[in-house]
Design a protein around this ligand. Structure first.
Ligand SMILES: NC(=O)c1ccc[n+]([C@@H]2O[C@H](COP(=O)([O-])OP(=O)(O)OC[C@H]3O[C@@H](n4cnc5c(N)ncnc54)[C@H](OP(=O)(O)O)[C@@H]3O)[C@@H](O)[C@H]2O)c1
Length: 263
């Protein structure tokens, strides 16, 4: 299936590893002009080289902390100067630390909101004027299945991501008339460094072994396995496609059936 995004300019944030990197690779494979970013230069350079090698394309890589408003503004300015527009925006960031209410202060919630919610809002504010001008745009906000079914021991993530869902839904209605779609995508457990880190902290807290951590997760997934970043990236690429132009305001799970509710 031709996704119709050849030469579209795609900005995928937090993309030196894991889900963001897989999305950048998939969009590059579809011949979009892709810009990746993260905070660590070495990982960024490695990701750029790896994706360019696998897709035989050229990528732009920007060192950027998405929680720093002025850096977001500058990065978007640089991309516009080089490519003239941004057609596809995939908002992603790291995940806040795992833990229960007793583990965190109010400032930890502020940091989680900055990381997941405010970063998404500031990226959208910067990019929307260019999408409106072209009367075409795809915004895909990476959240988590926790927006539909909160996950024990992830109180910060459960809290910060639901705001992203509210923002996405509101924004989708307000920009639809400009040919811009806005969707949230909700990964379930997917094999990335983030999940490997959660497994380590599970073991460290004395709750069980690493293999016990994975078994506990798999027992709750009808597919009986974690997802792969590539499976997730294919769903994002579809939402970014020309053909997905009438899909907006949704929150799509990519979770092997993990969420038990109807919606
Ligand atoms: N994997 C899952 O099963 C799963 C499930 C549900 C939700 N999620 C969520 O999906 C998102 C991506 O997860 P992942 O598994 O791909 O994580 P990951 O493997 O830890 O990768 C995170 C990526 O984000 C970058 N990053 C982190 N903070 C950043 C910041 N402030 N500014 C710019 N880049 C930043 C990291 O690079 P630097 O550290 O160098 O900046 C890295 O490239 C996270 O929010 C995660 O919580 C993941």
């Amino acid at each position: 299936m031709d996704l119709g995004i050849k030469d579209k300019v795609a900005f995928v944030t937090a993309s030196s590893k894991g889900l963001g990197k897989a999305v950048a690779l998939q969009l590059s494979a579809e011949e979009a002009k892709v810009v990746i970013c993260s905070r660590n230069d070495d990982d960024l350079i490695k990701a750029k080289a790896d994706i360019e090698y696998k897709t035989n394309t050229e990528l732009k890589a920007v060192r950027l902390d998405v929680t720093k408003n002025e850096q977001v503004t500058q990065a978007v300015k640089d991309i516009i100067e080089e490519f003239g527009t941004i057609d596809i925006l995939v908002c992603n960031a790291g995940g806040p630390p795992a833990g229960m209410i007793e583990d965190f202060t109010i400032d930890d919630y502020r940091n989680a909101l900055e990381l997941n919610l405010i970063s998404t809002i500031s990226l959208c504010y910067e990019v929307l004027p260019y999408m409106k001008k072209k009367h075409w745009g795809r915004i895909i906000n990476i959240t988590s299945v926790s927006v539909k079914q909160p996950i024990d021991n992830l109180i910060l993530s459960n809290t910060s991501r639901t705001g992203v869902l509210g923002f996405s839904k509101s924004l989708s209605a307000q920009v639809a008339k400009y040919g811009i779609t806005v969707n949230a995508i909700c990964p379930g457990y997917t094999r990335t460094q983030r999940v490997a880190n959660l497994a380590k902290s599970f073991q460290k807290s004395g709750k069980g072994t690493i293999s016990g951590f994975y078994k506990k997760i798999e027992d709750n997934i009808p597919m009986e396995r974690l997802g792969t970043p590539e499976e997730f990236a294919k769903a994002v690429a579809f939402l970014a496609s020309e053909g997905a132009g009438y899909i907006t305001g949704t929150a799509l799970q990519v979770d092997g059936g993990f969420v038990k509710g109807l919606f």
